[in-house]
Ligand binder design. Structure first.
Ligand SMILES: NC(=O)C1=CN([C@@H]2O[C@H](COP(=O)(O)OP(=O)(O)OC[C@H]3O[C@@H](n4cnc5c(N)ncnc54)[C@H](OP(=O)(O)O)[C@@H]3O)[C@@H](O)[C@H]2O)C=CC1
Ligand SMILES: O=C(O)CCC(=O)C(=O)O
Length: 444
């Protein structure tokens, strides 16, 4: 048995019932074997064994009272996985599927993603199995306040800086920050990112993950002789990442023909209108099915897979494991040339291997969706200096960061003999940065 396989097996044995965490570990560890061969000091310092053991895992009770006056109890999590290159940083997810396995996989991914940004941020993730769907504003506020009443003692601008993720947007960050400020008795804006503009948020943070994804995908296409102009794009999800991916894809000249939510998808062969979908989803917080009321020629399809639609570019921007082996086969046979991962771990390991073996361009999440967390770090920089930068300034820095992430992933893939394999390139580039810092610190 190889050294890395033994580590994978040990993780599985020590952490049973954590399939998402196992999957994330297998994906990265199978990429870094050549790095270990040429860098025996990484093996000697037991960097990989240390990385698969989070520095700290916090689980807590979140009691709150619903609109009918009944006490509800949810479970809260924060996994502070690695702080080798900076304070822990990563979003909070509110969704019924959240459990320790999901939070650990997200924190593991986040660690290498944050390293790829070139900024000083370590990796963490958190959340709760609370389901925000159908809850009133008051219920959301009550839940957020209770969640922060425990979480506040574990975070801080130099310790751990949470932000949004699935189910957590600007509204939730407002309630969380309000409670943090109240309990800690300090206006420490740099403790949470994704804040509203009136109390320390950054222009372009809302757009950053989706815009960054398109900057990466566009760069990847250009480098392989393709143009995004006129390409047919399908996007899963219609939340923050999906919406701003749609906006930038259209701005760059592509046609977004379909988007989804967890109930179904809308298909508009003439191209989804961003302003309409934005109003329905972000402003009115309604379901995607409403779109056909504005564009009757569009179709709303329930309970069918969006990936059966023919597209040139697939952008999974919803949940993990959205693209499995069968879906990858469908995408390939439909002539898809590129997959850009807006969501975290949206492609299973079997599907990744198939896509790469068939030369489909694959922009991996930890590189391609890093624009969100990178802009969160820019928000922290603005908070420290008590300055607010213009949208253009933040967006230009974001573009540079995404170009740099692309270049570094590409360079690492070339260096290890797999040109065009951005999954391997991003894993190696992110891992190497974290490993070097861990070695510098000695046995900690
Ligand atoms: N926000 C950010 O800055 C970043 C987010 N990400 C990742 O991007 C992904 C999306 O996050 P974000 O946009 O913030 O989350 P949001 O909560 O804003 O949106 C999530 C979207 O996904 C949809 N969805 C959920 N489950 C499914 C499903 N089974 N099939 C189809 N659609 C589904 C939701 O629909 P419904 O309303 O029906 O639930 C909703 O439209 C996540 O994987 C997240 O980890 C990555 C980097 C940064
Ligand atoms: O902005 C952040 O700190 C976190 C973003 C995030 O959760 C992610 O990159 O998956």
């Amino acid at each position: 048995m190889t050294y890395l396989q033994k580590i994978i097996d040990d993780v599985k044995q020590k952490n049973p019932n954590e399939p998402e965490f196992h999957q994330a570990i297998e994906e990265i560890l199978t990429s870094i074997e050549p790095v270990l061969k040429s860098n025996p000091q990484i093996v000697k310092a037991k960097v990989v064994e240390r990385l698969v053991e989070p520095e700290r895992q916090i689980m807590f009770r979140v009691p709150w009272v619903d609109a009918s006056g009944e006490l509800q109890i949810n479970r809260g999590f924060r996994v502070q996985l690695n702080s080798a290159i900076g304070p822990y940083k990563g979003g909070l997810r509110f969704h019924p599927s959240v459990n320790l396995s999901v939070v650990k996989f997200l924190a593991f991914e986040q660690t290498f993603k944050n390293a790829l940004t070139g900024l000083s941020i370590g990796g963490a993730k958190g959340g709760s199995d609370f389901n925000p769907k159908g809850k009133s504003d008051l219920e959301i506020m009550s839940f957020c306040q209770s969640f922060m009443t425990e979480l506040y003692r574990h975070i801080g601008q130099h310790i751990d800086i949470p932000a949004g993720d699935l189910g957590v947007g600007e509204r939730e960050i407002g309630y969380l920050y309000g409670q943090y400020k109240r309990i800690s008795n300090s206006f420490e804006a740099g403790t949470l990112t994704g804040k509203g503009l009136s109390y320390g948020g950054s222009l372009a943070r809302k757009e950053a993950t989706g815009f960054g994804l398109l900057y990466f995908v566009n760069e990847m296409l250009k480098n392989h002789g393709h143009s995004i102009v006129g390409k047919k794009v399908v996007i899963s999800g219609s939340g923050n990442v999906a919406l701003y991916s749609c906006k930038k894809a259209i701005e760059l000249g592509a046609t977004v023909i379909a988007m989804s939510d967890s109930n179904g998808y809308v298909y508009d062969k003439n191209g989804i209108d961003f302003d309409t979908i934005h109003r329905i989803k972000e402003i009115e917080r309604k379901r995607i099915s409403e779109y056909v009321n504005f564009y009757p020629e569009a179709e709303y399809v329930e309970n069918k897979r969006i990936w059966d639609l023919q597209c040139d570019i697939a952008l999974p921007c919803a949940m993990q494991n959205d693209i499995d082996l069968k879906t990858a086969e469908t995408l390939i046979s439909n002539g898809c040339i590129a997959v850009g991962e807006g969501a975290n771990m949206p492609t299973t390991n079997e599907a990744i291997n198939l896509l790469i073996s068939k030369n489909i361009l694959l922009a991996p999440a930890k590189a391609a969706n890093a624009g969100g967390v990178a802009t969160s770090a820019l928000e922290m920089a603005q908070n420290s200096s008590r300055m607010s930068w213009t949208f253009e300034k933040v967006d230009n820095i974001l573009k540079d960061i995404m170009k740099n992430i692309y270049d570094e992933s590409s360079k690492a893939a070339n260096e290890y003999g797999q040109p065009g394999n951005y999954v391997m390139g991003a894993n190696i580039a992110g891992f190497t940065k974290v490993a070097n810092a861990m070695i510098a610190f000695g046995a900690v």
